[in-house]
Design a protein around this ligand. Structure first.
Ligand SMILES: NC(=O)c1ccc[n+]([C@@H]2O[C@H](COP(=O)([O-])OP(=O)(O)OC[C@H]3O[C@@H](n4cnc5c(N)ncnc54)[C@H](OP(=O)(O)O)[C@@H]3O)[C@@H](O)[C@H]2O)c1
Length: 274
């Protein structure tokens, strides 16, 4: 699949990483359905930036925790574009919706996490399979460390949701393999876009001192490459997986984290770096 001239739907592309993915694909000539939940102005701003890069698209609203909204979103995409080549499941609710420790989390918060990630990806992948031609691409933006570890306590629901999403990637990869549709996950590390809530990603909503502590931790060695990632880094990875040359890569979770995921938690950083 040559990327140029394709059509993509990216959930949560009004802001943060989703916007980074939309702009990267737009640079390579992909038309983009820019999905948002509440922030129409930010979505229109993404569209303006897509057009400045010589591509085009439209904005579409949906609450991905509502199955009927997901169906309607795909119906609109089919109506506007006539087809779809790339689906990226990236949207994630804001922290107050799900961020709570295991002993305190409510069922409402649990469902918010699971419905917005695992169920939304399940339904999005099913809808995509209906309209994406053979050779297309389905991608999930996950956070695999949250599904594997248990230390970031208020992440319990999102960790479980992302673990389910990672699993679905593998099942859909097999289900769609004979059609040449690849299904992969991308697991970013810590992502710092510009220091504002619209472009920066979720870490930019944290108090300044916590942002600083995260930056120091990664630049100090936890990320071997010595920096946090950017929405553009994630956009680059999506673009790579959408290229023709990636047609035999499926069912994989690609860590886009400057090497953070290959660090060893047992040894102090100074010893690891020798
Ligand atoms: N940021 C990181 O460091 C990081 C690291 C690893 C993985 N990730 C993953 O990357 C993805 C994007 O993260 P981000 O930090 O860039 O996100 P973000 O800046 O917080 O943006 C969230 C996006 O999701 C949309 N959204 C929120 N609730 C929704 C709902 N109920 N239905 C539909 N859409 C909804 C928002 O739309 P509105 O603008 O309309 O509200 C927005 O476009 C997430 O899946 C996240 O888990 C992020």
């Amino acid at each position: 699949m040559a990327v140029d001239g394709k059509h993509a739907l990216i959930t949560g592309s009004s802001r943060g990483i989703g916007r980074g993915i939309a702009l990267k694909l737009a640079e390579t000539g992909v038309k983009v359905a820019i999905h948002y939940y509440q922030n129409e102005r930010a979505a229109n701003d993404t569209l303006t930036q897509v057009r400045k890069r010589g591509s085009d698209g439209f904005v579409v609203q949906a609450d991905v925790t509502r199955p009927e909204d997901i169906t309607e979103m795909f119906r609109k995409v089919q109506g506007e574009f006539g087809k779809l080549d790339i689906f990226v499941s990236n949207a994630r609710p804001d922290l107050p919706g799900f961020y709570r420790r295991p002993l305190d989390i409510t069922l409402e918060q649990w469902h918010m996490a699971l419905d917005s990630q695992a169920r939304a990806f399940l339904l999005g992948a099913q809808e995509s399979a209906r309209i994406i031609p053979d050779g297309g691409r389905i991608l999930a933006i996950t956070y695999s460390p949250g599904g594997r570890t248990g230390s970031w306590q208020p992440w319990v629901a999102m960790g479980a949701a992302k673990a389910a999403m990672d699993s679905l990637v593998r099942y859909f990869a097999v289900a769609l393999a004979l059609r040449g549709i690849t299904v992969n996950g991308i697991s970013p590390g810590g992502i710092f876009g510009p220091p504002n809530v619209v472009e920066g990603g979720v870490l930019r909503v944290l108090p300044q001192e916590i942002q600083e502590a995260i930056r120091v931790w990664h630049e100090g060695g936890w990320t071997p490459m010595g920096r946090l990632g950017t929405p553009e880094d994630v956009g680059n990875a999506v673009m790579l997986l959408c290229m023709d040359e990636a047609s035999f890569i499926t069912g994989q979770i690609l860590h886009v984290d400057g090497g953070a995921s290959i660090m060893d938690t047992v040894l102090p950083l100074d010893i690891q770096r020798g």
